[in-house]
Design a protein around this ligand. Sequence first.
Ligand code: ZN
Length: 393
Amino acid sequence: MRERAIVPASEPPRQLFVVVECGSISMRMRLAPVAFGERFAAENGRYGILPIELIGDRDDDSLAPAFHVFRQLEKERVASDGATLEGIFDAWGEGLASRGLDLRLERRSFYGAPLPPNSRGLDGGRTSLRPWDIELTAIEAELRRAVKLDRLPPAYVDEIRANVLRRGLLVDVVSPSEPTPDGAVTMIVARDRPTLSTACELERALLVRGGAQVVNDASAKMGELLGYPSCCTARFSRVLEHNDTNLAWALLPARGEPVSPITQWLQPGLALLSHSPCALSCAASLDLGGRLLDAIDDKEPGLAERWRGVATRVQVVDRYGNRVAVAVEGSLDSPREIEAAELLGSGGSDPDAVDRVQGLVGRELCANSEGVWVADTDWYAAYVADHRDRPPA
Ligand SMILES: [Zn+2]
């Protein structure tokens, strides 16, 4: 990728996406600085490694040396101020080669702190342009046989139950085996009794820590029942930690061609799909999301258009944890003037979020495969999904 003359005011921290391989088994990992308080699987000096996706047999431990070797890298080489990510990568690669493992560089990107927590509950965040009852809309429109409302605060349970029953649907609550501090529960909604009991049984199986195979089988069956495309369920089961941050690093591509807004999931307040698409261009997800958008439009005319107005943008989470929908025209191969910027959520950690995001308007957005930034400012974003492609009319 061509280097730009236009650079951010301060160099963003970087991370590497790497692949450790041993025969037919491989693991995608991140190699990143530990300075930002993130917890890594193995740390050494100023750097840490974290697995994100496993391709191959989960119970095979042939990749285990990846962690030992990293921990044992010569301290001086890792801890010295001059140690670069590339230097650590080389040292780690040499160590792995001596144990018969290959290390391959997938890409380099800006480092982004873990995503701010945000509720996918009733409001989906600060600004939600999706209907609060999108899951119920999907089941009513017969696009899905069952839906799962995850991590619901107890305060919402009665209200949702009443709403579900009013629509002639069936509902059951599945509590986690170890209660969460906030008492959150999962609700399963279905149109018929057999589907509801099967879904609840599978959810209970998933909540109990079982062997990898048991969990994989249960998630495949659950995915099918919930109407998730099988390609997406298969990929989801390869991702090692199902938190938002890891899913974003595992599934969001480096900057490429703009894709449809239908598969947008980086911003929960705009997400139509309840699953994490295997790719932003996943055909089955595009089909499901497109039909759901039609159902929404039938029910609440005008909402789909408002949704498109904000969803059909470059979606980012910036260095401050602000979720921003950035409107720019044209290819990002050149800097482009930011025409509008909508703050969708801030995670509460940036007191200046509103002014900061408004201050982006009129400035030039720069991008490469590492992330996006605004020249001559300290603003950059590591989490990026370009959803500006308008779906066919
Ligand atoms: Zn898919």
